[in-house]
Ligand binder design. Structure first.
Ligand code: PXP
Length: 251
């Protein structure tokens, strides 16, 4: 077991808004969920303002930016519309993700390597405004090197493929994916990037990712909001935190 520092837990509250929007009502309120997550010891709140506003809306982002006492991680596609909102709200962090309208969730990592000049220009004003900019990428070394080159502070490694393989019981393939994530974390760290990870993490699959020593933050949403139905958001978060701490050798 590794003995490394405590991991930060960012709680993604998008799917509180999904439930609200299913009925077109005002509840459940994402801000209330964010405040509960904060009370449960979350280190940050992540919310994804999608182009189609399918869950989080502009007014949610405004309420979160004004209402929470922990860092807000503003997740979005690298569009001019989003840059204008970010520069107005000045969140603590920005995580850039690829976005396709037809996808159910963020299915792959961002192709930073093919978009170096545009992304360098895109993130410069965000960095100047004080936002910690993160690239949500797969584990390919080219994407990690490109993220460092454009001046991003952070890479968030996409754990969705690992999570899917684990859920399907394809454990050899899941382990190969974990190995690639481990190598990616080591490489990103060696380039001076802060390393985060997220997507599809659950109580059952979080431990090996949490144990990767270079990773300092996990962002977890869908599973926690689902568990909250059974046990409440606070207990769902506390249990995830316990498993993360255990994987780090801290318990
Ligand atoms: N990190 C990023 C960049 C994401 O896009 C998402 C999904 O919105 C997550 C983390 C959280 O993934 P999940 O909801 O599957 O826990």
């Amino acid at each position: 077991m590794t003995t490394v520092g405590k991991l930060r837990l960012g709680v993604n509250i998008d799917h509180v808004a999904t439930v609200r929007n299913a009925r077109g009502s005002a509840w459940p309120d994402p801000l209330r969920a964010a405040l509960l997550a904060e009370a449960a010891g979350a280190d940050g709140i992540t919310a994804h303002l999608r182009e189609d506003r399918r869950h989080i809306r502009d007014t949610d982002m405004e309420a979160l930016a004004a209402g929470i006492g922990i860092p807000l991680n503003f997740e979005c596609a690298a569009t001019d519309e989003m840059a204008a909102i970010i520069l107005r709200l000045k969140p603590h962090a920005v995580c850039l993700v690829p976005e396709k309208r037809e996808e159910r969730t963020t299915e792959g990592g961002l192709d930073v390597a093919s978009d170096i000049d545009r992304l360098t220009a895109y993130i410069t004003p965000l960095r100047t405004a004080g936002c910690r900019v993160s690239m949500f990428i797969g584990h390919a070394p080219t994407q990690i090197a490109a993220s460092a080159r454009i001046g991003a502070a952070v890479v968030e490694l996409h754990t969705g493929h690992y999570s899917d393989l684990h859920a399907e019981g394809r454990l050899d393939e899941a382990n190969a994916e974990l190995d690639a994530l481990r190598k990616a974390a080591t490489y990103a760290h060696s380039l001076g990037l802060e390393v985060h990870a997220g997507h599809g993490l659950t109580y059952d699959n979080v431990a090996p990712v949490a144990a990767i020593p270079e990773i300092v933050e996990l962002n977890i949403g869908h599973f926690l909001i689902g568990e909250a139905i059974y046990m409440g958001l606070e207990d769902a978060i506390l249990e995830m935190r316990r498993r993360m701490d255990e994987a780090r050798g801290l318990l």
